[in-house]
Ligand binder design. Sequence first.
Ligand SMILES: *Cc1c(COP(=O)(O)O)cnc(C)c1O
Length: 226
Amino acid sequence: MPLKMQDLQLLKVKKLITEYEQKYQRAPHAVTLLAVSKGQPVEKIEALFHAGQVLFGESYVQEALPKIHALADKPIEWHFIGPIQSNKTRKIAEHFTWVHSVDAINIAKRLNDQRPAHLPPLNICLEVNINHETTKSGVLPEDVSSLATYCTALPRLRLRGLMAIPAKQSTFTAQRETFHSLFLLWQSLRHQGFALDTLSMGMSNDFEAAIAEGSTLVRIGTAIFG
Ligand SMILES: *Cc1c(COP(=O)(O)O)cnc(C)c1O
């Protein structure tokens, strides 16, 4: 198969992640790359899979399901990262390995109850409205601990960490400050005894700042697919 544009972009992003791990004294391979394939066709996902990318993120259930079915013979790990409507939880629980955008008790409960018995528990992150934006989805920082407590008691969910989509910041320093506040919240939950190993933060425009502040998973779309 000829080397495609997005394969080169993938290599470039992976190289940058390694570079930032070194620059900010992170452990080698501390940061996982989730390729965000929303809006992208099956052929491009398949090509990236053949180039070594295994984790893919989707934001819309309707769009994701046909792609997941078309690629069912590949050991791709699908992550749901979009807003969750309660009438979509069943499909999410059935077809994804991870959900990054859990932000309410009723959604967590539905995902737990609808997770098929033959599958391992669903890995989840709680989405945090880290900048207290009025229109944003996500749980407010002050409410994260009680939602985490609730989720930990659900046997078909496995609480892995926190996720945020920060408000757009105009400087690198401001990006770092926002990510640092999410990192502190994550650390405080860990100190409270929650066994969290995932800090899902950083997108195409801010993943350097996220890695500097302790991200363990970056969600990259545009920088790979254009
Ligand atoms: C689309 C999306 C991304 C990827 O954003 P890019 O800027 O294209 O890298 C990451 N996370 C979420 C939740 C998204 O919806």
